[in-house]
Design a protein around this ligand. Structure first.
Ligand SMILES: Nc1ncnc2c1ncn2[C@@H]1O[C@H](COP(=O)(O)OP(=O)(O)OP(=O)(O)O)[C@@H](O)[C@H]1O
Ligand SMILES: [Mg+2]
Length: 371
């Protein structure tokens, strides 16, 4: 059964648009995609990254898992969106049990609601010096208790048991880091710092921006920009229903780049014009994150931006961001480190399907770590 014999690992990503599930098995030091599938999320069942209707979701989860041909069992899933707070805390050296206490105390400063209402997790991730003082760096992950409970209820309603509840943005890093590192630009001459990577997971309701450097997490943010916003802008501009607008966006949406000839098709141009202000906002948010990172780690340099999520499929979005940010931007392929059979996913569809599957693949990979 999935996860039990540590023969295979199932990752399940509950998105506001779509539920995605991937089962990975070992393949001689690498991984093989054994099964994968997806199902539409019932409208309104997930809001701002949090499950609000577990029962309705359960039905859709069963559908996704069944269609994929995965046996019900334990899965790795994740919470995300604005419901999760990820922060680095810096504390003076002290014994580990005291450290947890101190971290909990310190964490209250970052949590906008009562501490009793949240699930908290701490991880010691390293050491640093600040004003000549040794400091232990602790990663705080906090999620509202009701959000975690509802997520677990949805999994259970779907006939699954949660094995690990991770954080969506961490899963994206796990799935795409090898690609970011392998292709990162060479180090700056004379510099000691390696090239940092920016991961932008573009979902339907929200998007995650994460910056890492080597194995260090430097920044994580969730922004209220996503594919639904693009669809709404198109719906208004072309006076269409949301569903039809989403369909034209996915079929014909292109970001027309400055200096390139405008397309003859007037719909394509109208789509571009409707989407451009939002894409401009997206570029601004990513740039802001990069600027913030740059002011804190002056020696560092961003080598690459890696896009994932369904909205990363928008034609030319990678080139648009690359021009706006002045940094090479690529579309993430979570299957790069996996063997994928033709029956599971035909090679011709890999690039299409890959970006939206990044989180689910990263979650399945977490299973391999937890074994
Ligand atoms: N070819 C395409 N061009 C543009 N957008 C696309 C394309 N294919 C899918 N999308 C958009 O991708 C979005 C869905 O992406 P994804 O599955 O990553 O979201 P999600 O994980 O369900 O949402 P969230 O992470 O916000 O909860 C939708 O807005 C959809 O319209
Ligand atoms: Mg998502």
């Amino acid at each position: 059964m999935a996860l039990f014999g540590a023969k295979s690992f199932v990752g399940l990503d509950i998105g506001s648009h779509e539920i995605k599930v991937v089962e990975l098995g070992p393949a001689g030091g690498r991984f093989r995609v054994l099964h994968m599938g997806s199902a539409d999320t019932p409208p309104g069942a997930v809001k701002e990254g949090a499950v609000v209707e577990p029962q309705a979701l359960g039905v859709a989860i069963r559908q996704a898992v069944g269609k994929a041909g995965i046996k019900p069992g334990r899965v790795v899933s994740a919470v995300g969106g604005q419901a999760v707070i990820v922060r680095e805390l810096k504390l003076p050296p002290m014994p580990e049990d005291e450290l947890k206490q101190a971290a909990r105390f310190e964490a209250e400063r970052y949590i906008p609601y009562g501490v009793r209402e949240v699930n908290m997790d701490f991880d010691i991730i390293g050491e640093t010096t600040e004003e000549n003082q040794r400091r232990i760096v602790v990663l705080l992950v906090a999620a509202r208790r009701d959000v975690v409970d509802k997520h677990v209820q949805a999994l259970e309603a779907g006939g699954l048991a949660p094995y690990v509840l991770d954080v969506e943005s961490f899963a994206v890093i796990r799935a795409l880091d090898a690609q970011a590192q392998a292709t990162a630009a060479p180090q700056a001459p004379g510099g000691t710092a390696g090239a940092a990577s920016v991961f932008v997971d573009l979902g339907a309701e929200t998007s995650d921006i994460v910056i890492t450097e080597g194995d260090q997490l430097r920044l994580t943010r969730n922004i209220n920009i996503g594919g639904d916003g693009l669809t709404k802008a198109i719906a208004t501009r072309l006076d269409m229903e949301f569903q039809s607008a989403a369909q034209v966006k996915e079929e014909k949406g292109v970001v027309v780049l400055e200096g390139e000839p405008a397309p003859d098709d007037r719909t394509v141009m109208a789509l571009h014009e409707a989407m451009l202000p939002i894409l401009g906002d997206l570029a601004t948010e990513v740039r802001r994150s990069m600027d913030y990172f740059q002011t804190r780690w002056r020696e560092s340099r961003v080598g690459r931006v890696v896009l994932s999520g369904g909205t990363a499929r928008l034609t030319n979005l990678d080139r648009f961001l690359s021009l706006e940010l002045g940094v090479e931007t690529v579309i993430g392929d979570p299957f790069l480190q996996c063997e994928v059979g033709e029956r599971v996913l035909p090679a011709a569809q890999r690039k299409q399907v890959g970006p939206a599957m990044a989180t689910a693949v990263g979650l399945a990979l977490r299973g391999t770590v937890e074994r």
